[in-house]
Design a protein around this ligand. Structure first.
Ligand SMILES: [Zn+2]
Length: 177
């Protein structure tokens, strides 16, 4: 359980205490008229998070493009060995411009891809968490919120529910015979 500070909207552990961020008293209970402005402030925050998710996805796509270009240039850095007249041999030419371009593409693109993916996932998680918290704040009129379930936990709940239903139906069919 975590509680939002109504002054700075930082989430901290436990209810009644002093906010370590701004020093305001943290009180979970909300009056009816206090709910709306806090929900609005939290909603505003999700807009910022949405922008960060877009930035992450942009880095991911651009990075991936550079990785593909890097792979193409890596393939182009193999040069035909002219001194070997007996057979056709391709050697990796480390000093060629193609190889330099391929390394820049693979390393730069790789870093951008990983950074973009992590950035997008982190902010998508934070955004989901705020949406979950807003729902609870509205329902309970309290700034204390439960942990946001991971997306996998929700999937698992649906899957296990489906199987329990199927088993229950099968049992009922057997009983009817
Ligand atoms: Zn605070």
């Amino acid at each position: 359980m975590k509680t939002y500070c109504r002054q700075c909207l930082r989430k901290t552990n436990g209810a009644s205490h002093v906010c370590p961020n701004c020093g305001a008293d943290v009180v979970a209970e909300l009056q009816d008229e206090e709910v709306r402005p806090i929900v609005q402030a939290l909603h505003k925050r999700t807009n910022l998070y949405r922008e960060r998710i877009s930035t992450g996805l942009s880095f991911f796509i651009i990075g991936l493009t550079f990785v593909i270009i890097g792979l193409i240039f890596y393939r182009l850095s193999f040069k035909l060995d002219q001194s070997n007249v007996d057979e056709i041999v391709y050697n990796l030419a480390y000093a060629s411009a193609e190889f330099v371009v391929s390394m820049i593409g693979l390393i730069g693109g790789g870093i951008a891809t990983v950074f973009g993916a992590v950035w997008a996932i982190v902010w998508a998680f934070n955004k989901r968490s705020i949406v979950h918290d807003v729902e609870e704040i509205r329902q309970n009129k309290s700034l204390t919120v439960s942990r946001t379930p991971l997306i996998f936990e929700i999937w698992w709940k649906h899957i296990s529910y489906f199987f329990r239903q199927s088993i229950w139906k099968m049992k009922r069919k057997k009983a009817a015979k």
